[in-house]
Design a protein. Structure first.
Ligand code: NAD
Ligand code: MG
Length: 298
């Protein structure tokens, strides 16, 4: 692995500036059918024992950022449980084999995060399957663009909040009693929390909520020795973008307005999660780590 994440590189060209062809799939999308297929670090991520013996639950761990985080965590020495939707089994199996190839245990538990009972069962399955839990990554998300508020259905508004905010709340609430001091929780916000695209009204609103949730919860749990932080990705090439997450005709230009001039790959997000999950970030609490190709944030 000569081009791993530690290689000296030019960030503008470490990954190609892609112009994805116009393409569309039904939600939640199958990553392996995308053109180009996002890079989750399969051939590049090199672990160095930073999460040795840890036990992690990652929602939406079948693809995109969550998939890249699962691969990185496993290569850093963690056992990993992932959640995903049943129709994503193919992508999930790709990640399971990556985790197992790293010599770690994988728990795959499909279901719909909009369902509270599933969220509670997921935490249970992770705790039982991994024989404990000390990292929770809330990463799954719903993003469907709608140009006009009049066309944004009550149903979509509700489902975006259920997926992005309620599921995060249900899962973290159920997980906390299992987390001993030293455990870490990482939420997934977005550049949308600060720079709202007008056609992502519901989505941007949830991402602001996630950011605030993580900062309030961080203050609540710090005195108990549990650290909460967030990662705020910028434009990242993933299935979200080809499942009505972004206007299809604008896909070839996706991410090109970032100061680095390109969209990011999920593999470029994973190290931020590794940092926040591991003990090396022991004094970092209630922070949002922006990984967005250079757009300034408050
Ligand atoms: P992705 O499509 O690869 O991952 C999202 C995952 O969410 C899916 O794989 C799916 O398993 C899960 N999911 C969605 N609805 C669900 C439901 N009802 N039940 C169970 N699982 C469900 O896309 P991604 O870009 O890697 O997204 C991961 C996170 O990153 C999301 O929270 C997203 O908002 C955030 N994010 C992405 C970008 C970007 O540009 N890609 C930018 C900022 C933030
Ligand atoms: Mg997926």
């Amino acid at each position: 692995m000569t081009h791993d994440q530690y290689a000296f590189n030019d960030p503008r060209t470490r990954y190609p500036s892609i112009s994805p062809p116009v393409q569309q799939q039904q939600e939640p999308g199958i990553q392996s059918k995308m053109d180009p297929v996002p890079d989750l670090g399969e051939t590049t991520y090199r672990g160095s024992g930073r999460l040795t013996g840890r036990k992690a639950l990652i929602t939406g761990g079948d693809s995109g950022i969550g998939g890249a985080v699962a691969i990185a965590f496993a290569r850093e020495g963690a056992d990993v449980a992932i959640s995903y939707l049943p129709e994503e089994e193919e992508d999930a199996q790709h990640i399971v084999s990556q985790i197992e190839n790293a010599g770690r245990k994988a728990v795959a538990f499909p279901g719909d995060l909009k369902d509270k009972d599933y969220c509670l069962a997921l935490v249970d399955a992770a705790v039982k399957g991994l024989e404990g839990l000390d990292i929770v990554v809330s990463n799954a998300g719903k993003q469907v663009y709608v140009e006009k508020i009049e066309d944004l259905s009550d149903e979509q508004f509700e489902e975006t909040f259920q997926t992005n905010v309620f599921a995060m709340f249900w899962i973290i609430k159920a997980a906390v009693p299992h987390l001993k001091p030293g455990s870490t929780i990482i939420a997934t916000a977005s550049l949308e929390a600060y720079h709202q695209l007008p056609f992502l009204l519901d989505y941007a609103t949830t991402k602001g909520a996630i950011n605030n949730f993580s900062k309030a919860l961080a203050q609540q749990l710090a005195p108990r020795g549990i650290r909460v932080n967030a990662v705020a990705p910028g434009p990242t090439w993933s299935a979200l973008q080809v499942t009505q997450g972004y206007p299809p005709d604008k896909l070839p230009e996706f991410g090109k307005d970032a100061p680095l001039g390109r969209s990011g790959q999920p593999a470029e997000l994973a190290p931020a999660y590794v940092f926040l999950a591991s003990g090396e970030s022991s004094f970092v609490v209630g922070e949002t780590l922006n990984v967005n190709g250079g757009t300034p944030t408050p």
